[in-house]
Write a protein that binds this ligand. Structure first.
Ligand code: OAD
Length: 232
């Protein structure tokens, strides 16, 4: 199984959140990425969201995404749990993708609960509005919101039953996503981390740290396992 974070999409031109050129350098997450901030001033939060949606619309999957999709087709990768909301795993051909933090494909009205495809509403202007007049929120998880129960359950079941977990491009700073490797490790899975930097996982539970960018590392991994027969 794989758990991915913003780092896997950096080579697709999408900035990560933390670090030098990260989104949170430009936008304070407390002002732009909490449910409280959205309820207080949705127009302001849409300044960040529209930039995000625009970057996503130009991004294409990189070799790390496509190699994971190939591993799934080969029968050696069961699923991807991603914290990303950019849709690049699906665009690369991955079929079993658990979007832990939701996505930006759909917009929801927090007043009347109507849902809309994002493209349709965003075309009409930013911030996109519901027919009832309220500003719509993308169907992603902001700080202060719960992970949907079904998503949490599905992710936990996957985490508990994998033999090996690839942790790719996440700083493992955000709960409950960063608990997933701990759950897998407790059940005996081998933890393989792919990240040019160290994280708290590297120092605690990671068995193998491939200290590299996602694309070259995942591509090489695929080459190494290509000739090994899939598990029966
Ligand atoms: P972060 O921005 O916190 O971490 C990105 C990680 O990717 C860092 O550890 C980098 O070292 C690593 N990285 C950078 N470039 C890389 C590359 N080319 N290949 C591999 N790794 C690379 O992103 P996340 O851990 O995904 O949540 O952040 C988790 C959550 O925090 C996000 O889903 C978002 C954010 O706030 C919400 O908005 C709810």
């Amino acid at each position: 199984m794989a758990l991915t974070g913003a780092g896997i999409s950096v080579e697709s031109g999408i900035p990560a959140f933390r670090g030098a050129q990260g989104m949170w350098e430009k936008y304070d997450p407390m002002e732009y990425a909490t449910i409280g901030a959205f309820l207080k001033d949705p127009e302001r939060v849409w300044a960040m969201l529209s930039e995000m949606v625009d970057v996503f619309s130009r991004a294409v999957p990189n070799p790390a995404h496509t190699c994971l999709a190939d591993m799934e087709k080969m029968g050696v990768l069961r699923s991807v749990i991603t914290q990303n909301v950019d849709g690049l795993h699906q665009a690369a051909g991955s079929r079993k993708v658990i979007e832990f933090h939701g996505n930006v494909e759909e917009l929801v009205c927090l007043a009347c609960f109507r849902r809309y495809p994002s493209r349709e509403r965003i075309r009409e202007g930013i911030p996109p509005k519901c027919e009832c007049g309220k500003i719509l929120k993308p169907n992603l998880v902001l700080f202060g919101e719960q992970i949907p129960w079904a998503t949490q359950e599905e992710a936990e079941a996957e985490a508990k039953s994998c033999a090996a977990l690839l942790v790719i491009g996440t700083s493992a700073n955000v709960t409950p996503a960063c608990d997933i490797p701990l759950i897998s490790r407790r059940k005996g899975a081998v933890i393989i981390e792919i990240n040019p930097e160290e994280t708290f996982l590297t120092r605690t539970i990671t068995d193998l740290h491939i200290k590299e960018s996602a694309s070259p590392a995942v591509s090489r991994l695929l080459e190494e396992i290509r000739d090994i027969p899939p598990p029966s």
